[in-house]
Write a protein that binds this ligand. Structure first.
Ligand SMILES: Nc1nc2c(c(=O)[nH]1)N[C@H]1C(S)=C(S)[C@@H](COP(=O)(O)O)O[C@H]1N2
Ligand SMILES: [Mo]
Length: 529
């Protein structure tokens, strides 16, 4: 039964072929990771390809990903890339059975894609960023060749190891495969270790920061501004709980001792270069400001309130000779750029109109956490994060809206985006089952830099009734509210709406987050028992 023999022989070769492909892919990634640790952690293939995918993702899909996976979106993306790479690896392993040279070339091509992605990243500074993918691919290709030589069909159409040699071959394959797996694991672990050790200078520089007392401290939060109601988010968001939204697959670790910020561009009469120490030597201000993401859905979690310490951005701009457009300045857009190549565009007028636009060095009394922009970030009250809150900032260019589209504006988001008036019910939670009687409904409302004047609650289709507003701290912070509800048994929908100081009440109609923030009212369905 010669047919059966050949069939089963090829089946027994398919499993090791798949394994060879996977091992080659694993080795390629591990070696690339090790090389990236030496070159630049961000130049690793998964990070580089991931970054390119993030940049190419349409706003709709990105918002969907943020909704589905929240802050885990980046982990999901990287796992996705590893899954796709594994599928490629298996396919190439199988291909190697018949067309070994094509399969080896395939590995090199995948590596070339990684190298091109790494070199194309906005923060790529040198051709060496292409090395990790290239070196990894060469290692993977070599291993694939080595492992599949024994599996390859000889010219006669039967495996080139006749009976007797088969055992020896299997043993040889297993030994090579195990050695390769062990070496790859070692390279991967070593690479990761070296990669995090590289951030050592940044870690040490952050640990050494002593924030001087602010010359202009924040007003203390009035007792009546922070309600204590179970389930209501605290007035000041702890750093650990503060939402994080950015495109960084590897959080930049910037060494504050070598960090510098450049201010230059149109209408800048005296370009400035300032160090972290320069900033700390200036008068520091401390302000409570609520930051909101434009991707926050109605009722969503991407809003937080912190006490920011830093220098007045307008003051630095004036020292550089910048005039706002209303005083004849030629630049109407301030483009901030981060160390990872992100660009954000802020209206110069707003930054210089007297509001507390801050180059922040501190968050809730501590140096900025790495996740939130260490050593320095921008915060501008009243504007969504994507048009104001540049983290890991290193460059400020004065330009115009006509001349420059920053990152998000190139991707369907509006060039100008003041925060929309919003309110959220924190408690009861959706689908909660409170007992009949008085149920405390509570939440927050925000209209940064305008202020909240009224919050109202509606039960089902009943009339809007005023909620009790907590004391206003400043117009730049959110405002808590509560509403003692006489709950009767059954299913009920609680809705909230806020009115800001300009007299605008949140509209009923919901709009999408793209292009300039969601509109509409939050509601929660509960069953009173
Ligand atoms: N460098 C950099 N800065 C950035 C971003 C980014 O992707 N990269 N995202 C912006 C967006 S969309 C928001 S909402 C805020 C979020 O700041 P947080 O992560 O500290 O909450 O940072 C802004 N600054
Ligand atoms: Mo955002």
């Amino acid at each position: 039964m010669p047919t059966v023999t050949i069939e089963s022989a090829s089946a027994t070769r398919r499993v090791p072929a798949c394994a060879s492909g996977l091992l080659a892919g694993f080795a390629a990634l591990a070696v690339a990771e090790l090389a990236a640790a030496a070159v630049r952690p961000e130049a690793g293939p998964v990070t580089a390809v991931g970054g390119s995918v993030v940049d190419a993702t349409p706003a709709e899909v990105k918002d969907w990903a943020i909704r589905q996976f929240g802050t885990h979106d980046k982990l999901v993306l990287q796992l996705g890339i590893v899954v796709v790479l594994s599928a490629f690896a298996v396919a190439l392993g199988l291909l190697a059975l018949r067309h070994r040279r094509a399969a080896v070339t395939g590995v090199l091509l995948v590596g070339a894609t990684g190298a091109v992605a790494a070199l194309g990243r906005p923060d790529s500074v040198s051709w060496t960023d292409g090395l990790p993918s290239a070196v990894g691919a060469v290692a993977g290709a070599a291993l694939l060749r080595l492992l599949t030589v024994r599996l390859t069909v000889s010219r006669g159409g039967v495996p080139n190891s006749p009976t007797g040699g088969a055992d020896r071959d299997r043993r040889g394959f297993l030994m090579t495969a195990s050695a390769a797996a062990a070496a790859s694991a070692g390279a991967g672990v070593l690479g990761r270790g070296l990669g995090s050790a590289r951030g050592g200078d940044a870690l040490a520089s952050r640990a050494a920061v002593r924030l001087p007392a602010a010359g202009s401290p924040a007003a203390s939060v009035p007792a009546g501004a922070a309600l204590r109601i179970p389930g209501l988010k605290p007035f000041t968001t702890p750093n650990e709980d503060f939402y994080r939204v950015d495109t960084a697959l590897v959080v930049p670790r910037v060494d504050a001792t070598t960090w510098r910020l450049r201010i230059h561009g149109r209408g800048v009469r005296r370009p400035l270069g300032v160090s972290f120490q320069d900033l700390l030597r200036r008068e520091l201000i401390e302000r409570d400001i609520t930051l909101t993401c434009v991707s926050n859905e109605v009722g969503g979690p991407y809003v937080g309130n912190a006490r920011w310490t830093g220098v007045r951005l307008a003051e630095l701009l004036r020292e550089a000779g910048v005039e706002p457009p209303s005083r004849g300045g030629p630049a109407d857009q301030l483009v901030s750029r981060s160390v990872d190549g992100m660009t954000l565009g802020t209206p110069v007028e707003e930054v210089m109109d007297g509001r507390d636009a801050i180059l922040a060095v501190g968050m809730n009394g501590r140096p900025l956490p790495f996740d939130h922009g260490f050593p320095v970030r921008m915060v501008v009250p009243g504007l969504y994060g994507y048009v104001s809150a540049c983290k890991w900032i290193e460059d400020i260019e004065l330009t115009t809206f006509a001349d420059h589209d920053p990152y998000w504006v190139k991707r369907e988001w509006a060039p100008r985006a003041p925060v929309k008036t919003q309110s959220r019910i924190d408690t009861p939670r959706p689908f909660a089952r409170p007992r009949a009687g008085t149920v405390m409904v509570a939440g927050v409302a925000w209209a940064q830099h305008r202020g909240i004047d009224r919050v109202e609650i509606r039960v089902d289709d009943g009339p809007w009734k005023p909620a009790d507003l907590a004391t206003e701290h400043t117009t730049d912070t959110w405002r808590q509210w509560s509403f003692p509800w006489k709950a009767t048994p059954g299913s009920h929908t609680l809705s909230v709406r806020a009115t800001d100081r300009s007299g605008r009440t949140q509209p009923e109609r919901r709009t999408r987050t793209v292009p300039d923030g969601a509109d509409g009212r939050h509601s929660v369905l509960v069953t009173v028992v």
